[in-house]
Structures are given as structure tokens and as C-alpha cells.
Design a protein around this ligand. Structure first.
Ligand SMILES: O=C(O)CCC(=O)C(=O)O
Ligand SMILES: [Fe+2]
Length: 345
């Protein structure tokens, strides 16, 4: 029981208790904050992409090269309301400021629950935990309003408005990804056979010894692609593995980070690749990131698109049902790109 209570309290519980040393199960062998600052990932302007064809062609070309070279890029001038970005960020802080008695009812270790609070990744099984708590919320298909928190009072209103605006942005980006692969703009949406959109609000409280632990272990996202809002008040957090080195992704005010997930790698027949990334923590202030995971419907069968398979480019991946892929992802520890290798021919 004590173990469960400590998982419910999460790392916020440890930080609030003022611990001076990171407990053994959170420790890593090397300082993950060691990274190299080389070039920055591309920043792509999405204004006018629906209106004016030169702007659309430019954005599509930039998405193609960013997807090939980095698997990551940032988008700005995307039309997503900036106030809603700020409100959502504040909402996550406000939720975690609530006393544990108000939050604990949402704690669940069932990865199929549509709304839940959690800590680390699979805390009941992990021998090495991560310095993060989180909220998970299903957006499409949505979770029932009755499952969402009643505190803070604005929770339902802000989170559903955010999910709706994000869903619109994700669909626009999906069309651009399709065209960047030389396909009709609706090709990936059709291959997705519906949609699964969920968000994970990562909460990384200050850590007394950030050099000894990690906020989120290296992983590639299992979904189609992810649109991430970073905390512009915190400099260090997200890092991506690029050409064998960990590169920090600096938050750009007003921008979102977009990254390729495994399903886009499979559908594109390896033309685009999901890229390993991780998050580090700091001793000064809480960092929040909001990851919106967009991908196929859970019952969709995902395999390389016929248009991208040829005699000289045979299919690299077996067909899999996306819901099954997700289930195995959530049943194993985070382990770089291990998930996609299980469906490679
Ligand atoms: O906190 C971050 O910047 C990374 C979050 C992330 O990679 C995820 O939630 O999948
Ligand atoms: Fe991720």
C-alpha cells in the first residue's frame, strides 16, 4: 500500500517533501544533460499554406527535407490561438498545484483508461523510474466529460478547446505530410482509416540532482506524428538523437515541435523515420510539456502505402493493427526504437 501511495504522490510528492537526494530507483549512470548544441531544427511557416500555392509548395518542400534530415521540425504562424496555448500550460500547472486528495482519484496504471494521472511510464514494473508525473487524456475518440477533472473549474472548457484546435492543426499537418511524400493530400488521412488523438501532459518538477536522473527515457513515439508544446519558461528539456548525438531543442515562443512517429515511418516505407528523443530535468523550476499524439484509428491495419512500394523499394514493414501496436508499446519499458523493429521484415 505504501508503494502505491508513493506512486500516487508521484515525483511532485518527492519534490514537495524537499528531498535533497534522488532516490536510487531514479538514478542513471551518466548525466543526460550532456549534449551538443549544433544547428537548430528547421522552423516552418504555416501561414497561407491553404491560400497561396507558392507558400504551400515551400512548406511542403521544407517538411520533406526536415522529415528526412531530422524527423523533427517546429511550426510557427500555425493559426493555433496563442492564448489557448498559454491557458493550457497554466491549466496543467494548476492541476498539479491541487492537493493530492483532489488529484489522487484520477491516478491509474491502466494504459487503456481514457483520462488518468500517472508517474514515470510503468511504475509498478520499472526498476528505473523517470522524474515525471503526467496526465493522459483521450481526445478523439474523446473521453466522457464526466471522467474529466472538476478542478480546476476551467479544466473541461480549456482542455476540450485545446483538443479541438489541435485536431484541426493535426489534420492540416497530415495533408502537408501526404503531399510531401508525393501523394494526394488526403492519402494519409485515408490510410489512417479514422483517427486516434490523445494528449500527454508531462509534468517535471524541480529535481535536487538533475544530473543523476532523467525526465523521460529515450523513445520514439508509436503514433503517426506528435505536436508538442514546450514550456517557453524553461530552457532545457527536450533532446533528440541526431547523427549519433543528443541535440537540445530550444523552445520557440508560440511554436510547436512536430515529430514523426512510428506509424508515419511504416506508411512512408522508411522514407521518413521516427526519431529517438528524451527529456532532461532541472533543479530550478517545474517544466511542463504537452504532447498531442495523432495517428490512425485503433482498428486500422497499417502497412507501407502501395504508392510507396516498388520493385526497387520493397515493403520494409509487416502489416499491424495500430491498437495492438500501441498495446505492446505501453506494456514494455521505453526503449529507443525497439517497437518498430518488431514489425520490420
Ligand atoms: O517533454 C518533452 O519535451 C518530451 C515529451 C515526449 O516526448 C512525449 O510525451 O512523448
Ligand atoms: Fe515522445
Amino acid at each position: 500500500m505504501a508503494a502505491v501511495a508513493s506512486r500516487i504522490a508521484g515525483v511532485k510528492g518527492l519534490a514537495d517533501a524537499g528531498i535533497a537526494m534522488v532516490p536510487g530507483e531514479y538514478r542513471r549512470d551518466s548525466d543526460p544533460r550532456q549534449c551538443v548544441e549544433i544547428e537548430e531544427i528547421p522552423v516552418i511557416d504555416l501561414s497561407d499554406v491553404e491560400k497561396c500555392s507558392p507558400a504551400r509548395i515551400l512548406a511542403i518542400d521544407s517538411i520533406r527535407s526536415a522529415s528526412r534530415d531530422w524527423g523533427f521540425f517546429q511550426v510557427h504562424e500555425h493559426g493555433f490561438p496563442e492564448q489557448l496555448m498559454a491557458n493550457m500550460m497554466e491549466l496543467v500547472h494548476d492541476f498539479f498545484r491541487l492537493p493530492i486528495e483532489d488529484r489522487s482519484v484520477y491516478y491509474s496504471e491502466d494504459s487503456s483508461s481514457k483520462f488518468r494521472m500517472g508517474t514515470s511510464f510503468i511504475p509498478s514494473k520499472e526498476t528505473r523510474r523517470m522524474w515525471q508525473d503526467y496526465l493522459h487524456q483521450a481526445c478523439y475518440p474523446p473521453c466522457e466529460i464526466a471522467q474529466l477533472p472538476t478542478k480546476p473549474p476551467s479544466y473541461v472548457k480549456i482542455s476540450t478547446a485545446y483538443a479541438e484546435a489541435m485536431n484541426r492543426l493535426a489534420k492540416r499537418v497530415l495533408g502537408l505530410f501526404s503531399e510531401s511524400l508525393g501523394l494526394e493530400s488526403g492519402a494519409l488521412e485515408e490510410a489512417f482509416g479514422g483517427e486516434r488523438h490523445a494528449m500527454r501532459m508531462n509534468y517535471y518538477p524541480p529535481c535536487p540532482e538533475p544530473e543523476l536522473t532523467i525526465g523521460l527515457d529515450a523513445h520514439a513515439d508509436p503514433n503517426g506524428f506528435t505536436i508538442l508544446q514546450q514550456d517557453t519558461r524553461v530552457k532545457d528539456g527536450l533532446q533528440i538523437l541526431h547523427c549519433g548525438a543528443w541535440v537540445p531543442i530550444k523552445p520557440l515562443p508560440g511554436a510547436f515541435v512536430v515529430n514523426i512517429g512510428d506509424q508515419l515511418q511504416i506508411l512512408s516505407n522508411d522514407a521518413y523515420k521516427s526519431v529517438e528523443h528524451r527529456a532532461v530535468v532541472n533543479s530550478e523550476r517545474t517544466r511542463v510539456s504537452i504532447a498531442s499524439f495523432y495517428g490512425p484509428a485503433e482498428d486500422s491495419h497499417i502497412a507501407p502505402l502501395a504508392q510507396l512500394v516498388a520493385d526497387e523499394a520493397p515493403a520494409c514493414f509487416k502489416e499491424s493493427v495500430y491498437g495492438n501496436y500501441l498495446q505492446s508499446f505501453y506494456a514494455s519499458k521505453l526503449d529507443g526504437k525497439a517497437a518498430i523493429e518488431t514489425v520490420r521484415y
